[in-house]
Design a protein around this ligand. Structure first.
Ligand SMILES: [Zn+2]
Length: 479
């Protein structure tokens, strides 16, 4: 395909019109217009199937463009937005393409976010089968909720994926947790609490209380570890099963229209009814929902070069390893590339375990005052290293006036067992009626702590993960 730059007055509507009327320039202009989005989806698909080996990305981007050249776009009925349709098309075709060229063993190694095979997963096989059986006997859509959770979507993502308010999703996840808790004959209430954590059904104050209980109660700790390994075993079982396509399955445009909200009325009801019971389609809409989140994250870094922009969008949406690899491949050593690499490593250390973080935690001590661009990174790295003092010192009063600075200061104070004043700060921040949901959650976590206790590490890690997209946004203003 020849490279034709998009024109300033191009929009999706006119480009599709031009394409359908046979204008030869329309397709290359359309591809150029959506190039970053196409690349982002390609990276995500390759990353899922190859476990972070991204050498094939350039070749796969070409393959993605070829799908569009093959006239697939001409079938576009305009029942979904073009952006979402393109993402859906590329994901589905590229997945099939990679399946054909990849031996099945590689798929097993590339399960999403499973860093290694856990021995206890083998022991959890039996409970996982029981859980599967129980869910099968519940309302049909419960399997869908569980599957989305197994796919790594939190309750906000699940809500976005199904077009439901997060609170409604929480209600379903709560019921699921209760039912799965009952599988434990001895301590159903304990098990339910553990399932509420795994299923993301617990609000922030409950998460804090549960994290504290985990630290002091050995029996509860054991219960949580049993539930977590059951969940992992269930994920291995469920996500490796192949599901044949049926006549009711959504096509690429149908999945796109469902995810972007274009499908309404009876069409939506029909799609919902099918998705609730079809693992194949629920996987398709889950993956597409997360693709769209990455594509939306591209907006934050609009002014950046395509390579770094795609890397940044991956990091903002928890594809840390892929993001870091993309920065490496771009071969740039400037401030943006360095900051992205640090942020990607912070993200990875949340997944891999904190000891593996490679950073310069002593930097703030050496220079005393980090630059404005560095300060949040220094604070996040210090929080992960349990160095709350350095984290707090990295945030000066000027920075603390912004949302991210305020969040970092609050979490640093709340995580420090010697510090005082975190409750007062949390109350002050809440009273300012901040609408930032991350800051509200940080404040509620702080206020949920009994007097004299510090935020448990589990919660600190959760809050750090939550701050990564905000940090990226901050960096785009500074770099
Ligand atoms: Zn289906």
């Amino acid at each position: 395909m020849s490279v034709v730059p998009p024109r300033p007055d191009d929009d999706d509507q006119s480009l599709v019109d031009a394409l359908h009327s046979g204008d030869e320039d329309a397709l290359p202009r359309l591809v150029a217009r959506h190039e970053r989005a196409l690349k982002a989806v390609t990276v995500r698909v390759v990353d899922e199937r190859r476990g972070g080996t991204l050498e094939e990305v350039p070749a796969c981007v070409k393959v993605s463009c070829r799908f569009l050249e093959e006239g697939l776009l001409e079938d576009y009925q305009r029942t979904a937005t073009l952006r979402c349709f393109l993402a859906s098309l590329v994901r589905s075709r590229l997945t099939t393409y990679l399946q054909d060229v990849t031996p099945p063993a590689t798929h097993i190694a590339a399960l999403p976010s499973t860093a290694s095979i856990f021995l206890d997963e083998v022991l959890a096989e039996e409970p996982a089968i029981r859980v599967g059986g129980v869910v099968d006997r519940m309302q049909p859509n419960m399997g869908g909720f569980l599957r989305l959770r197994l796919r790594g979507l939190d309750r906000e993502d699940i809500g976005r994926c199904l077009g439901l308010p997060a609170e409604t999703v929480r209600g379903h996840l709560e019921r699921l947790a209760k039912r799965l808790g009952e599988l434990d004959d001895d301590e159903p209430a304990y098990a339910e609490i553990a399932w509420r954590m795994v299923l993301d059904a617990a609000p922030i104050d409950e998460r804090v209380a549960t994290a504290q209980r985990t630290l002091r109660d050995g029996r509860f700790r054991q219960m949580r570890s049993v539930v977590e390994s059951t969940f992992r075993a269930l994920r291995t079982r469920e996500l490796l099963k192949l599901h044949p396509k049926s006549a009711e399955c959504l096509d690429e445009e149908g999945a796109a229209a469902f995810v972007d909200g274009s499908a309404r009325g009876p069409d939506r009801t029909r799609a919902e009814g099918h998705i609730g019971t079809c693992p194949r389609c629920i996987d398709a809409v889950a993956a597409l929902t997360m693709d769209i989140r990455t594509i939306e994250a591209l907006r934050t870094v609009q002014g950046w070069d395509a390579e770094l922009a795609v890397a940044a969008a991956c990091i903002a949406t928890a594809r840390y390893r892929a993001g870091e690899r993309l920065v490496d491949t771009a071969g740039r050593g400037d401030g943006r590339a360095r900051a992205l690499t640090r942020l990607a490593r912070i993200g990875q250390s949340l997944v891999l375990g904190v000891q593996e973080i490679v950073s310069e935690p002593s930097r703030v001590v050496a220079t005393n005052v980090p630059s404005d661009a560095d300060a949040p990174l220094v604070a996040l790295e210090a929080l992960l290293n349990d160095d709350t003092h350095t984290a707090d010192r990295a945030i000066d009063d000027e920075l603390a006036r912004g949302t991210l600075g305020a969040r970092l200061r609050l979490v640093s104070l709340a995580a420090d067992p010697r510090a005082t004043g975190s409750r007062a700060l949390a109350e002050e921040l809440l009273a300012k009626s901040h609408s930032d949901p991350g800051l509200v959650a940080d404040a509620h976590a702080t206020l949920a702590l009994p007097e004299g206790s510090a935020l448990p590490r589990e919660i600190v890690i959760e809050r750090v993960r939550d701050m990564i997209p905000a940090t990226l946004k901050y960096l785009t203003r500074e770099l």
